[in-house]
Every structure is written in structure tokens, then in C-alpha cells.
Design a protein around this ligand. Structure first.
Ligand code: G5P
Ligand code: MG
Length: 222
């Protein structure tokens, strides 16, 4: 049982399995999952002012401006209060990493490394339930009823940014923008890389790592 607030981020290319592994971390460690991507998609769905601003960037496979994303993330962290949390797909720029560090020093940074050929195949079969962010994949975690969310029975959709040309752009942006973020966390000796072609390979490594890290945090060695 954790007695201390644990703060971590999970980085990784588009479709590397951040959302999938986050779900397992939530189940096993009871962390609050904060996914700026899910939050932005919900705003786009509900056509909020923020959603209208973000949509043009997301549809083009570009990053949403730092100020918009920072505001969302920091206000969500404040809402979460005194619970352990994990950020999924944040920070994506050096500015985001530095601003996060200024208010929320981290215990761990996890970076998923999955080859590009695997990523390209995965996005073709991805279906999501937009209101909840639940994610499925044909042949990996199929919904119980094809095309329907397991919990609500509502329709599943494909993401607008999962079109092949947008995925290529997202991968390029990821490579360019994330390099300085990875270097930033390497300098702080905070980052751990996890490699594999499947979540089945990666998850046991992440699980073991977090068991040790959270124990150390509770023992106040972090
Ligand atoms: P997001 O929403 O953060 P991405 O591009 O970082 O999006 P994405 O696409 O959500 O990441 P993921 O979460 O890493 O991918 O992967 P996932 O959904 O868990 O898994 C991918 C698929 O593979 C799923 O269908 C899953 O079921 C399947 N799968 C998993 N494991 C396996 C396996 O072992 N085998 C098989 N066969 N399948 C598997 O960002 C979206 C946009 O929002 C904006 C940007 O515009 C961004 O492009 N944004 C930000 N902008 C600025 N700053 C930020 N911090 C931003 N965050 C988001
Ligand atoms: Mg995701």
C-alpha cells in the first residue's frame, strides 16, 4: 500500500502502447491516469473552445501549443490532489518538461521503445471509445461485440489522426520534439527505457520496475 504520492510520466511514440500499459498500471498500482491526448479528444468531441483550438493541430499530426496543454494538465493535477498519478504522453516538449519539473518533481520517467513497423500495423486496427478513452485492437484486445464499447455498448470509432499520412507526421514530430525531453530526463537520471514488440514483453518489465520504485518511495529513499 502506497503511503506517499508517487508522480511519474510515460513517454513513447504514437501507438507504442502508452494507453494500454497505463490501464494496467492503474489496475495494479491504483495511480490516477492523466492522458492529455484523451482530454483533448474529449474537448474536440464536445466542441469546447479548447477543443476547437486543438483540433486543427491534432488532425494535422502536430503538437497542440504548450500553453493550452500545460493549462489542462496542471489543473487536472490540482484536481487529483493527494493521490499518486501518472501522465501519459506528457511532456512532449522541453518547455513542458521544464514547467512540469518546476511544480511537480517526478519519481520516474518510463520510455517505451517499440519499432516503427509494429506501430504502423497497430494503428490500422485501433478502435476507441471516445468518451472514456478505452482502446481496442483487432486481434489483440477485441471488443466483446464488434464495433461496440464493452462497458457502455456505445459505438467505437477510429481516431482522425490514425490516417496513415497523419501517423507518419506524428512519428516525425515525435522524433524531433522528444529528443531534448529524453536528454533532459537522462541528465536528471530519471529515465528508464523499456523495449519490445508487444505489450506482453514490455508490461512485466514495467511492473517489476514500478514495484521496486514505489517501495523505495514509501521507504523515503526517493
Ligand atoms: P496522444 O493521444 O498522446 P500518441 O500519438 O502519443 O497520442 P497514442 O496514439 O495514443 O499515442 P499509445 O497510447 O502509445 O498511442 O498506444 P495505445 O493506444 O495503448 O496502443 C496502440 C494500439 O495498439 C491500440 O489499439 C492497442 O490496443 C494496441 N496494442 C497495444 N499493445 C499491443 C500488442 O502487444 N499487440 C497488438 N497487436 N496490439 C497492441 O496524442 C494525440 C495528439 O494529441 C496532441 C497532439 O496533437 C498529439 O498528436 N497532444 C499533445 N500536444 C502537445 N503536447 C502534449 N503533451 C500532447 N499530448 C497530446
Ligand atoms: Mg494513447
Amino acid at each position: 500500500m502506497l503511503t506517499k504520492v508517487f508522480r511519474m510520466v510515460m513517454l513513447g511514440a504514437p501507438a507504442s502502447g502508452k494507453g494500454t500499459i497505463s490501464k494496467r498500471i492503474v489496475e495494479k498500482f491504483n495511480f490516477v491516469h492523466i492522458s492529455p491526448g484523451d482530454m483533448l479528444r474529449l474537448n474536440v468531441l464536445h466542441k469546447t473552445e479548447l477543443g476547437k483550438k486543438a483540433k486543427q493541430f491534432m488532425d494535422a499530426g502536430k503538437l497542440v501549443p504548450d500553453d493550452i496543454v500545460m493549462k489542462c494538465v496542471l489543473s487536472r493535477i490540482t484536481e487529483v490532489g493527494n493521490k499518486s498519478w501518472m501522465l501519459d504522453g506528457f511532456p512532449r516538449t522541453l518547455v513542458q518538461a521544464e514547467r512540469l519539473n518546476a511544480s511537480e518533481p517526478l519519481h520516474a520517467v518510463i520510455n517505451l521503445e517499440v519499432p516503427h513497423d509494429v506501430i504502423i500495423e497497430r494503428v490500422k486496427g485501433r478502435w476507441i471509445h471516445l468518451p472514456s478513452g478505452r482502446v481496442y485492437n483487432v486481434g489483440f484486445n477485441d471488443p466483446k461485440v464488434p464495433g461496440k464499447d464493452d462497458i457502455t455498448g456505445e459505438d467505437l470509432v477510429q481516431r482522425d489522426d490514425d490516417k496513415p499520412e497523419v501517423v507518419a507526421q506524428r512519428l516525425q514530430v515525435y522524433e524531433e520534439m522528444l529528443r531534448p525531453v529524453l536528454e533532459y530526463y537522462q541528465k536528471q537520471e530519471l529515465i528508464t527505457n523499456f523495449r519490445g514488440r508487444t505489450t506482453a514483453e514490455i508490461w512485466p518489465q514495467v511492473e517489476q520496475f514500478l514495484v521496486e520504485k514505489t517501495k523505495a518511495a514509501v521507504a523515503k529513499r526517493l
